[in-house]
Design a protein around this ligand. Structure first.
Ligand code: ADP
Ligand code: MG
Length: 337
């Protein structure tokens, strides 16, 4: 017999990337959380990678939007259209609708959470449930979230960094700050503007961060350089300059310090038992920011706790969200309460 039951999916609705996990298959979609719309005709022009390439390059009538910027739904309808596209990409455009588990960044209000559930149903889910990001990240990173032992996870995404301690299947303490990858990109733009009088775009800044970025100024290598293109502020003309890894490390330092402060504050709020567990087991970093060079070392040095990078950090949240579909009965019960 064929099994025609629709596969359930887990969606990590990130500020930078949306990843979809399908039961029995794993990650089936991974694309930037961007949608391009024709405002005059009110229709969707492109979604995902294709839409991202349009940022900063659209003609008057088309806008490329990141609807989840900073971890909240900036624009409800736009988020719903984006999710609809990703759900269709994952399950195909068929009549039977999937059950969807959605992961939202921490720190959202009840109103925002309800808005995400509504957007998910509007996007074609039969039933929709929410899982909190640090919890999903911890599951995806393979931490023993159900055990009576404290785990600490730091998810450094695009718009937010979520820090949380978890024990016995729940979040014990958490903190969300709006300092993560996007802020690093902005800091690089400001730095290059001030030091070299060159205006660069967001995409260029992000590329430079990925290529040369290093969380520690001391560890950054002066000989590690790259050429970047932008507009000279004095002549107004295009110009190419060479920048070093030290430039990038200096530029993003403020954001790194913000992340370290959030980790320290969360540790300070933690009970002695959980602190002891975290010292024993270490802190795990997930999210795209985990790929920044030296990030584990600087956090470890500042907190005197061992720090590890999760396997596949960009996909941890989606994997954890998908895994939680195994416990749908629990989520259904909670939703009825
Ligand atoms: P979100 O969950 O908010 O969508 P992600 O976990 O997908 O965010 O991470 C996206 C962020 O990670 C972006 O800001 C991106 O620039 C950053 N990132 C990706 N790869 C690297 C890298 N190699 N070094 C530094 N930052 C990176
Ligand atoms: Mg994320």
């Amino acid at each position: 017999m064929f099994n025609f039951r629709k596969k359930n999916i887990g969606i990590d609705l990130g500020t930078a990337n949306t990843n979809v996990y399908m039961e029995g298959k794993g990650i089936v979609v991974g694309e930037p959380s961007v949608i391009a719309k024709d405002i005059k005709k009110d229709h969707v022009v492109a979604v995902g990678e294709e839409a991202r390439n349009m940022i900063g390059r659209t003609p008057g009538s088309i806008t490329a939007i990141r609807p989840m910027k900073e971890g909240v739904i900036a624009d409800f309808d736009t988020t719903a259209s984006m999710m609809k596209y990703f759900i269709e990409r994952a399950v195909g455009n068929t009549a039977s609708k999937p059950v969807v588990m959605v992961c939202v960044p921490g720190g959202g209000t009840e109103v925002e959470k309800r808005a995400i559930l509504d957007a998910t149903r509007m996007a074609g889910a039969k039933e929709a449930y929410l899982i909190e990001e640090p919890f999903a990240a911890a599951i995806g990173a393979g931490l023993p979230v159900m055990d009576p032992t404290g785990s600490m996870v730091v998810d450094i995404g695009g718009g937010t960094t979520d820090v949380a301690t978890i024990s016995l299947g729940g979040i014990v303490s958490s903190r969300t700050i709006k300092m993560a990858g996007d802020r690093m990109d902005e800091a690089i733009i400001q730095y290059i503007r001030k030091k070299y009088k060159l205006l660069i775009g967001e995409r260029t800044a992000e590329q430079v961060k990925k290529e040369l970025g290093c969380a520690s100024i001391e560890e950054a290598d002066e000989n590690d350089t790259t050429d970047i293109r932008g507009r000279d502020m004095l002549t107004g003309l295009p110009k190419t300059i060479e920048i070093t890894a030290v430039d990038v490390a200096e530029a993003i330092q403020e954001v790194i310090e913000g992340i370290i402060a959030a980790v320290k504050e969360t540790l300070e709020k933690t009970s002695p038992e959980i602190s002891a567990d975290v010292i024993d087991r270490g802190i795990v970093i997930t999210g795209g920011g985990a790929l920044l060079k030296n990030i584990s070392d600087v956090i470890s040095k500042a907190t005197e706790v061992p720090v590890f990078i999760a396997d596949d950090p960009l996909n941890c949240v989606a994997i954890g969200t998908g895994e939680s579909l195994k416990h749908l009965d629990v989520y259904r019960k909670q939703a009825r309460r």
